[in-house]
Design a binder for this molecule. Structure first.
Ligand code: NAD
Length: 373
């Protein structure tokens, strides 16, 4: 089948596309606006595939969406395009309202128009899969509580409120127009190719540069961590085997306080800390980009700096992922310990990807290649 993936140049979208091209016979059309968070270098290993195509399109542009549907005739949509960073939503909510709410509305309407024009067989098989977050549920009170698919919505930030709105739109398009929709709500993802504004890559890269490791408040906020490749497998299972109209929560069974996560990262980086900046890691020949190697400190933990907490910061999120496990047979393959080690090794072994993203070289390439479109 052919799947239209929106936001496929982002962190999770690129993992989904790599998973589909590597492990299935399906084709993918990646539709992405290429904001600061979109990076086609994350797709370098599959972009030569005949089963992969890219469309540089904003989901708010209805005419362009219609063109893409007409041209590619997809069998399913996986909708990941979004503004995704909570801190940015607090500083400037407008892009979040535009892309996450208006953009989802435009995509739903373009999909519906296209779906209505399909022949009966293709119409019955078509799927619209909306990818959302556990942040729509707000935070949990009791230490044992878990978010289930029926937990009431209580979003706290402009980001989570915009995602909650988009979930409601998708449910309304199911109920009102009979669109064959599915929704997934997942916990915090981590893994390779993560843009360095999010906690885990930020801590790894700041540590390697000997910069302070900022922790909001006491760092006692609890998040459930999901390895991005486990998530990509779950999403593919939902779009291909999930029941239309259903919602599935996806989590990693890895509840950790932020401070615990940062300590684990520091301990791993201490383990890999080279004697000189030319040291090698994990038997690989890739040089370790580690400017902190020569700093006088006993552990990267010395760099931890507590900063003022984010307004409205939710204290605890935790997911009950038993429905997807029971009904679709999905479970995460990585434990937090194995996934976080793989993640640290990936950042240490991919200094070029990091350098391009951080130096703006990727942004310059993007401006040169796509500014005229
Ligand atoms: P990301 O910020 O890494 O990527 C978002 C992608 O969407 C980028 O490639 C960007 O260029 C693209 N995009 C943004 N605005 C667009 C627009 N108007 N038109 C077309 N493309 C546009 O995000 P991510 O972390 O990969 O998250 C993907 C999805 O998963 C989002 O919907 C997010 O809400 C959800 N989610 C993410 C997490 C997480 O931990 N990262 C957790 C739960 C849910």
């Amino acid at each position: 089948m052919k799947i239209l993936v929106t936001g496929g140049a982002g962190f999770i979208g690129s993992a989904v596309i790599r998973h589909i091209i590597r492990n299935t016979a399906d084709s993918v059309v990646n539709l992405d606006k290429l904001t600061y968070a979109g990076n086609l270098e994350s797709l370098a290993e599959i972009s030569d595939s005949e089963r992969y195509a890219f469309e540089h399109v904003d989901i708010c542009n209805r005419a362009e969406l219609d063109r893409v549907f007409r041209k590619h005739q997809p069998d399913a949509v996986m909708h990941l395009a979004a503004e995704s960073h909570v801190d940015r939503s607090i500083d400037g909510p407008s892009a979040f309202i535009e892309t996450n709410i208006v953009g989802t509305y435009c995509l739903l309407e373009a999909s519906r128009q296209y779906w209505l024009g399909l022949d009966e067989t293709r119409k019955a098989a078509f799927r619209f899969h909306h990818i959302s977050t556990d942040e729509v549920y707000g935070d949990l009170e009791g230490p044992e509580d878990l978010f289930t698919e029926t937990t009431s919505y209580a979003p706290s930030s402009p980001y989570s409120a915009s995602k909650a709105s988009s979930d409601h739109l998708v449910r309304a398009w199911r109920r009102t127009y009979g669109m064959p929709t599915l929704i997934t709500n997942c916990s915090n993802n981590y893994g390779p190719y993560h843009f360095p504004e999010k906690l885990i890559p930020l801590i790894i890269l700041n540590a390697l540069e000997g910069k302070p490791l900022p922790i909001y408040g006491k760092g006692d906020q609890v998040r459930d961590w999901l390895y991005v490749e486990d998530h990509a497998r779950a999403l593919y299972k939902v779009v291909t085997e999930g029941e239309v109209g259903e919602t599935y929560n996806i989590g990693g069974h890895n509840e950790k306080q932020n401070i615990e996560v940062v300590h684990t990262l520091c301990e791993l980086l201490d383990e890999f800390r080279p004697v000189s900046s030319n040291a090698k890691i994990c038997g690989s020949d890739a040089p370790v980009a580690n400017q902190a190697a020569g700093l006088a400190m006993s552990s990267y933990k010395d760099l931890i700096t507590h900063v003022q907490d984010r307004p409205g910061h939710d204290l605890r999120y935790a997911i009950d992922a038993s429905k997807i496990q029971r009904e679709l047979g999905w479970t995460p393959e990585e434990t937090f310990e194995s996934g976080i080690r793989k993640t640290v090794e990936w950042y240490l072994n991919n200094p070029d990807w990091v350098a391009h993203v951080k130096s703006g070289a990727y942004q310059q390439w993007l401006d040169k290649n796509y500014s005229a479109r």
